[in-house]
Design a protein around this ligand. Structure first.
Ligand SMILES: CC1=C(CCC(=O)O)c2cc3nc(cc4[nH]c(cc5[nH]c(cc1n2)c(C)c5CCC(=O)O)c(CCC(=O)O)c4C)C(CCC(=O)O)=C3C
Ligand SMILES: [Fe+2]
Length: 405
């Protein structure tokens, strides 16, 4: 097989992922209409900027979740190992700048405000900024591509809880700035294409390391979640793991086509926490590397399709831990990038904003997808995606038909 370069990838980029129902979104008008929205909330997880932030940040993340101190100390060490600073904030600022550039390129005037659930600028700061801009109808874009409590409802609950604290939550939802949310975008063609490009770059890096691309195993990685959260995510059309498997099949097929041979692939999980008695999605990526090493696999490309940027879960759990595991097993391992600010991803996000605005105006719109699953809901179903199966959360959540479920 001839070696290839990332330049080849760019040349074939448009053809690699077959989108259904066609890339109709690309035929959007010259200046797309974003009414009724007057602002974009780029809504993320947040992370510490310096060592003194680490413990308060971890307390925010784990408030009310019963995560033992021993686990917090362990996670704290991951951050201290990187100078107490998570890369996530700079990555979100880069994504914000890329979105602003893409909006400007298309002639769309839409201010972008950045906010986080767990660190500054907090959700409350973002709402204050939206108000200062005079925004009345914001569209929220969360930095999580998949639907589950952690990637969808937790953001919607946080909006409701913060509005309530501000005295801006009524029985019908927000009495201040209104919020709609962009659908879970794991199966949007832009996200898929950016992952294909990143994986192909990973294979190019494997070639440079002297690896054997024909024999290499492609291991997709995502954040593990408790089995109960996995079960509760089904209401969004398919469970969290099924969403990943759907995208993984599409990415692997496009990569196989580009490389000219069938790649074999698996899905593994990282960043498990919680007590050992509580089942979480498996296999853990480290255990999985051991298992495939026993089967004779020598070369691995790790693709973190579960994350949108190379934040701490990627920098520690994959680049530090999993790569070390692979090295100890005598494997040649390469970690493919996340979608980050790749052009197909950013363009796809703006396509999604255009799509969401058309839906808000009640217009018929082609919701582009890849894979076998439908486009996920723009307004979540009642009870979507509760943390535990069947248990009412008692916490209100915006952007759903059950405002106060
Ligand atoms: C599905 C998922 C995503 C992906 C979707 C998305 O991207 O949103 C994600 C992202 C992230 N998770 C992050 C950090 C943490 N997650 C934790 C804990 C947990 N995550 C969970 C799930 C997820 N998490 C779960 C089920 C828990 C257990 C407790 C609970 O039920 O909530 C803990 C507590 C300590 C621990 O137990 O590890 C920390 C510190 C960071 C920031 C990284 C940085 O700083 O760069 C990011 C982007
Ligand atoms: Fe949901």
């Amino acid at each position: 097989m001839p070696p290839f370069s990332p330049q080849d990838v760019a040349a074939t980029e448009r053809a690699a992922v077959p989108a259904t129902p066609a890339a109709a979104v690309d035929t959007a008008p010259e200046t797309p209409d974003l009414r009724p929205y007057d602002a974009l909330l780029l809504y993320s997880f947040g992370g510490p900027n310096k060592p003194e932030d680490v413990v308060p940040f971890l307390r925010n993340v784990t408030a009310g979740k019963g995560i033992p101190d021993s686990r917090l100390e362990e996670v704290g060490e991951h951050y201290y190992g990187f100078g107490g600073k998570s890369p996530i904030n700079e990555q979100n600022l880069a994504l914000k700048a890329a979105l602003e550039a893409e909006l400007a390129r298309r002639g769309i005037e839409l201010p972008v405000v950045w906010g986080n659930r767990n660190w500054e600028p907090y959700t409350d700061d973002a709402i204050t900024e939206l108000e200062a801009l005079g925004a009345r109808n914001a569209v929220a874009l969360v930095t999580s591509a998949y639907s589950s409590y952690s990637g969808c409802r937790q953001y919607r609950e946080d909006l409701a809880v913060v509005l309530d604290r501000r005295g801006q939550l009524g029985p019908e939802g927000s009495t201040g700035v209104q919020f709609d949310k962009v659908r879970s975008y794991f199966n949007h063609p832009g996200f898929a294409q950016a992952n294909v490009d990143a994986v192909l770059d990973g294979y190019a890096a494997l070639v440079e390391k002297g690896g054997d691309t024909a024999a290499a195993r492609l291991v997709f990685v995502t954040h593990s979640i408790p089995d109960t959260m996995e079960a509760a995510s089904r209401i969004a059309y398919a469970t969290y793991s099924e969403q990943h498997l759907d995208l993984a099949r599409v990415v692997a097929a496009a990569v196989s086509e580009r490389l000219g041979h069938e790649v074999s692939w698996d899905l593994a999980y990282c960043s498990r926490s919680g007590p050992p008695s509580q089942p979480w999605l498996e296999p853990d990526v480290n255990d999985h590397l051991e298992a495939i090493a026993q089967d004779g696999v020598r070369d691995v490309v790790l693709s973190p399709i579960g994350f949108v940027s190379d934040h701490m879960e990627v920098a520690y759990d994959l680049d530090t831990e999993a790569v070390q595991t692979a090295t100890e097993l005598g494997m040649t391992a390469v970690r493919a990038g996340t979608v980050g600010t790749r052009e197909p991803f950013v363009r796809g996000l703006v396509d999604l904003l255009v799509e969401r605005a058309a839906i808000a105006r009640g217009e018929a719109v082609a919701e582009a997808t890849v894979g076998d699953l439908p486009a996920f809901r723009s307004v979540c179903a009642p009870g979507c995606c509760l943390r535990r199966d069947g248990e009412p959360s008692g916490v209100p959540a915006l952007c759903s038909t059950d405002v106060h479920s």
